[in-house]
Design a protein around this ligand. Structure first.
Ligand code: ADP
Ligand code: MG
Length: 491
């Protein structure tokens, strides 16, 4: 009998192989193990629920044809689905599922009925009860509001366009207009902290919700996704977790770098991703670095991320920063003179979140002291923040940061050597020490191998000259400066 089921399945495979590509064959058919053939019912074992659904959705006709040819019109196919891989001691746990109709998205909960899935036995009430208790938002309950977890303030309307975000923003608009139907699927937005990733992807979600009422949009941070998954694992409820995600039309998943090293979560995300993508659903992701730099992510997941469009958000330029400040103040109904807007945009060039922090302190100062916002108030507010920077950064840290940037050691920086690259690095570190610490010129000189104050003055002058004439050098110094200031803010 066993032999028989194998040879029947092998014949089926031969037929199937003629009709589909190698890759699909290897992915979806090679892993299948024939189990039994009884009363014309061929049972095949598949590795997961997801696998079963995929076969049923994509290959059911092909399978039917093959079974028909091999077993005649009375032939039937049944799946044995592994729901728990088991280990040395315990055999894999499986459930049997019929073929021939679309699997119901919401059925539940096979573990509770002794491993026998009964399509009608559990009834609809079971499904609803289970969904109700599940930690995930749901859409299936009649008349119940879908929860998208979107912040309505994040819209395209409030997202200021600039050179720094033009590509990402227009890709976002295209996706919002035709979710799942552009080649920007997945859309991956990446960029540093506070550059507007969350704002942009939520704007896409809000836009779709507004114009396409039928679409189920869901925003989730990777952190929440992971936590929900862990909860589901604990509650033996993973099925319900993935079924829920498989219903989503537009999945926005924020900060995917958080999935690093979380193998099991990546696994389930991979399945959800494939399934949604295959069914033409839109996936939108953000990350704090480009996909190729995402560490601890499985290669197969990374390669999926590259299927669509990867767009970056860059540091906003001065004009964009000014526009953002002006818009924020306008939204808050606060008047801010242009000179103040310009002053702030010039002073805070790291990221938008930092800038918002400054605006909030400024508003607080203004309202506490019942003052109008003017240049003087802006300067004194900012000085408090700058003072923090001065107290936190020390020469040692600056030397380390600059040395690392120029790829030399801290000792080399303090040495007597006058090699050109060392001299430049040393001068830059002296320049920052003068800018960001309260040390006297003399003290700074001493920290750099016992040099005198005139060397420091010369260094600062040399750096200032280069800043004016060498734009590449200027970029490097700005980048370093951001790094040093960031540490100051985080310290
Ligand atoms: P990220 O997710 O990249 O860390 P956020 O989307 O949280 O950054 O943005 C930080 C803050 O800056 C948010 O309040 C956001 O509204 C604002 N912001 C960022 N970029 C823009 C922009 N282009 N226009 C308007 N506000 C912006
Ligand atoms: Mg964010």
């Amino acid at each position: 009998m066993y032999q028989n089921c194998e040879s029947v399945w092998n014949n089926c495979l031969r037929l199937i192989r003629e009709s589909i590509g190698d890759q699909s064959y290897n992915t979806w058919f090679a892993p299948i193990v024939p189990q039994s053939l009884e009363n014309n019912v061929l049972t095949i074992q598949v590795p997961s629920q997801f696998f079963y659904e995929w076969l049923e959705e994509n290959y059911v006709h092909l399978l039917k044809q093959a079974i028909d040819t091999e077993l005649g019109p009375l032939g039937k196919l049944q799946y044995s689905v592994i729901v728990d891989k088991g280990n040395e001691e315990f055999k894999p746990k499986t459930i049997s599922l019929p073929t021939g109709k679309q699997p119901k998205r919401n059925f539940q909960n096979h573990q509770q009925n002794n491993g026998n899935y009964r399509p009608n036995g559990g009834g609809v009430t079971d499904v609803q009860e289970l969904d109700y208790r599940s930690p995930f938002a749901r859409r299936s309950l009649g008349g119940e509001e879908q929860t998208s977890h979107l912040n309505p303030h994040y819209s395209f309307e409030t997202f200021i366009e600039g050179d720094c975000n033009r590509l990402a923003r227009s890709a976002g608009l295209a996706v919002a207009e035709r979710p799942g139907a552009t080649s920007f699927n997945p859309l991956m937005v990446y960029g540093g902290v506070g550059l507007g990733k969350t704002h942009l992807v939520q704007a896409i979600g809000n836009d779709i919700k507004l114009n396409r009422n039928d679409k189920f949009v869901l925003y989730v941070t990777s952190e929440n996704f992971t936590n929900q998954f862990i909860e589901a694992l604990k509650a033996n409820n993973v099925q319900s977790f993935s079924n829920f995600y498989l219903q989503v039309d537009v999945l926005i998943i924020d900060d995917v770098q958080f999935l690093s090293g979380k193998e099991k979560t990546q696994e389930i995300f991979f399945h959800i991703f494939n399934h949604l993508h295959q069914s033409g659903k839109q996936i939108i992701m953000t990350s704090d670095c480009p996909p190729r730099e995402l560490k601890g992510l499985q290669e197969r997941l990374l390669s999926r991320f590259k299927w669509g469009l990867t767009a970056d958000l860059q540091q906003p330029d001065l004009e964009t920063r000014m526009a953002i400040i002006a818009r924020k103040m306008e939204n808050d109904g606060v008047y801010m003179p242009t000179e103040v807007v310009e002053y702030l945009a010039n002073s805070v060039d790291t990221n938008m979140r930092e800038l918002e922090g400054v605006l909030i302190s400024l508003l607080a100062h203004a309202s506490l002291n019942r003052k109008d916002i003017d240049l003087e108030l802006a300067k004194s507010t900012l000085k408090n923040i700058v003072q923090d920077i001065e107290t936190e950064v020390n020469i040692d840290y600056i030397q380390k940061a600059v040395a690392a940037y120029f790829n030399i050691t801290q000792d080399m920086m303090r040495s007597k050597s006058r090699k050109r690259e060392l001299v430049v690095a040393r001068q830059v570190a002296m320049y920052f020490s003068k800018e960001y610490t309260n040390h006297s010129l003399k003290s700074i000189g001493q920290h750099f191998g016992g040099r005198d104050h005139s060397t420091v003055i010369h260094a600062v002058q040399a750096v200032n000259d280069m800043l004016e004439t060498d734009s590449k050098f200027k970029n490097s110094v700005h980048e370093l400066s951001r790094k040093i200031k960031r540490r100051a803010v985080n310290a």
